[in-house]
Design a protein around this ligand. Structure first.
Ligand SMILES: C[S@@+](CC[C@H](N)C(=O)[O-])C[C@H]1O[C@@H](n2cnc3c(N)ncnc32)[C@H](O)[C@@H]1O
Length: 350
C-alpha cells in the first residue's frame, strides 16, 4: 500500500517534470541545475530515483517462496528493456548466434531466464524508468558506421521497429528466433507467471521453439547434453536472491561436465564488486577452460548505488569473439559515456 502511494507520487512528479532527475519534495535530493545535463549526474539521479520509487532491479531481495515452491519474483525486465546492459549482452548474444549458425548442422539454444520476449517501450513500465534512452536509443542514434560487434544486433532491433522509430525492444527470445534456422531448436525458460504467460502467447505458433515455466538452472542441468551436440546457453538471471551468484556457477559446472563443448554466456550485474569477484572466483574454481570475460560499467564501483555496470562470461566463445569485442567495446564505452571499468580478456585461457 505504502509502496503504491510512493509509486503514484513518483509517477506524478516525473510526468510533470519529464525527468526523474528533477525529483523534489519527497526526500530525494534535487540536482543542482548545472549538473542536470551531464550524463553521469543524470545516471546517478536515475539510480537514486529508481531505488526511491521501488522499481525492481537486479540484486533486489525476492520475497519468500510461493505455492510453486519458488521464490516470488519481483524483478520485471519490462522496466529495464533496452538499457545499457541489454545492449552489451544482446550484441554479444547475436554475434555468437550468427557465428554458430554458419555451419548447417542443427543447433540447440537454451535461454534459461528468458523474460517476456519483446517489450513495448511505450508501456507504463518502460515509461517509468526510460532506461532505454541511455541504452539502445543512444546507440542507435550514433552517427557513422557501427562496429561489427554491434551492427547485426542493431540491424535486428531496427527490423522489429517502424522506420525511424524505436517503439519496441526485442528481448533475447525474439533476437534468437530471428537468427535461428528451421533445423535449430530454441528452448525458453521463464519462472515469473506474468512474463511466462506473455512469452508463451508470443511463441505459441513458433515452430521449433518451446516455452517452459521452470527454474532455469535446474532445467539447464536436466537438458544437458542436447541431442544436437551443438548448443548455446544464455544464462541471464535476475539475481534477486543473493545465493543466485553461487547457484549459477554450480549449475554451469554441472552442465559443463555433461556438455563440455557447448557455448555458455553468463550475464552478471555490477552492484557490489565483492559479489562479482566471488562469482568470477567460483567460475575459475570450476576448472573449466576458455572463459572470456567482458565488462562495461557506466560508473566507477559505488556500493549502494544500484547497478553501475554489467558483464558477461563467455565459455567456449567462437574464436572471433575476442577480436570483435576488443574492437567494438571502446566504441560502445564512448557512445554510452561510460566512466567505470571497461575491460575484456580471458578469465581462464583456452
Ligand atoms: C533479466 S530478465 C531476462 C531478460 C532476457 N534474458 C532478455 O535478455 O531479454 C531475467 C528473467 O529471469 C526470470 N527468472 C527469475 N528467476 C528465475 C528462475 N529461477 N528460473 C527462470 N527464470 C527466472 C525473471 O522473471 C526475469 O524475467
Amino acid at each position: 500500500m505504502i509502496l503504491s502511494i510512493i509509486l503514484r507520487t513518483a509517477e506524478g512528479l516525473s510526468d510533470r517534470e519529464g525527468d526523474p532527475s528533477a525529483f523534489r519534495g519527497c526526500g530525494v535530493p534535487r540536482l543542482p541545475r548545472r549538473c542536470r545535463s551531464e550524463p553521469r549526474c543524470r545516471l546517478m539521479a536515475l539510480l537514486r530515483w529508481q531505488r526511491f520509487a521501488g522499481v525492481p532491479h537486479r540484486g533486489m531481495m525476492a520475497a519468500p517462496p510461493d505455492q510453486h515452491g519458488s521464490a516470488m519474483l519481483s524483478y520485471r525486465h519490462a522496466f529495464h528493456a533496452g538499457n545499457f546492459a541489454d545492449v552489451l549482452k544482446h550484441a554479444v548474444y547475436v554475434t555468437v548466434l550468427r557465428y554458430v549458425t554458419i555451419k548447417a548442422k542443427p543447433l540447440y539454444v537454451l535461454d534459461t531466464h528468458a523474460g517476456a520476449g519483446v517489450y513495448d517501450l511505450g508501456s507504463p513500465e518502460a515509461a517509468k524508468t526510460r532506461e532505454h534512452r541511455a541504452g539502445i536509443e543512444r546507440v542507435l542514434a550514433a552517427p557513422g558506421s557501427w562496429p561489427d560487434l554491434l551492427a547485426p544486433y542493431l540491424e535486428l532491433v531496427r527490423a522489429f521497429n517502424p522506420p525511424g522509430r524505436l517503439a519496441v525492444y526485442p528481448g533475447s527470445p525474439a533476437l534468437a528466433r530471428a537468427i535461428l534456422r528451421p533445423q535449430d531448436r530454441l528452448e525458453l525458460v521463464e519462472l515469473h507467471p506474468t512474463d511466462h504467460a506473455a512469452l508463451a502467447a508470443r511463441f505459441a505458433r513458433a515452430e521449433r521453439a518451446r516455452v517452459v515455466r521452470a527454474d532455469g538452472l535446474a532445467h539447464l542441468v536436466a537438458r544437458m547434453p542436447p541431442p544436437e551436440r551443438r548448443g548455446v546457453v544464455l544464462l541471464d538471471p535476475s539475481y534477486e536472491i543473493k545465493t543466485d551468484y553461487e547457484a549459477v556457477a554450480r549449475a554451469i559446472a554441472k552442465a559443463h561436465r555433461r556438455f563440455a563443448t557447448g557455448t555458455y554466456l553468463l550475464w552478471y550485474p555490477v552492484i557490489e564488486r565483492t559479489r562479482v569477484e566471488a562469482l568470477l572466483a567460483a567460475l575459475r574454481a570450476t576448472g573449466i577452460r576458455a572463459q572470456y570475460r567482458i565488462e562495461l560499467c557506466l560508473l566507477p564501483d559505488s556500493p549502494g548505488r544500484g547497478m553501475t555496470g554489467s558483464g558477461l562470461v563467455a565459455i567456449n566463445p567462437p574464436w572471433m569473439l575476442p577480436a570483435m569485442v576488443e574492437a567494438g567495446l571502446p566504441w560502445l564505452k564512448q557512445r554510452l559515456s561510460a566512466e567505470g571499468p571497461c575491460e575484456a580478456g580471458w578469465l581462464v585461457p583456452e
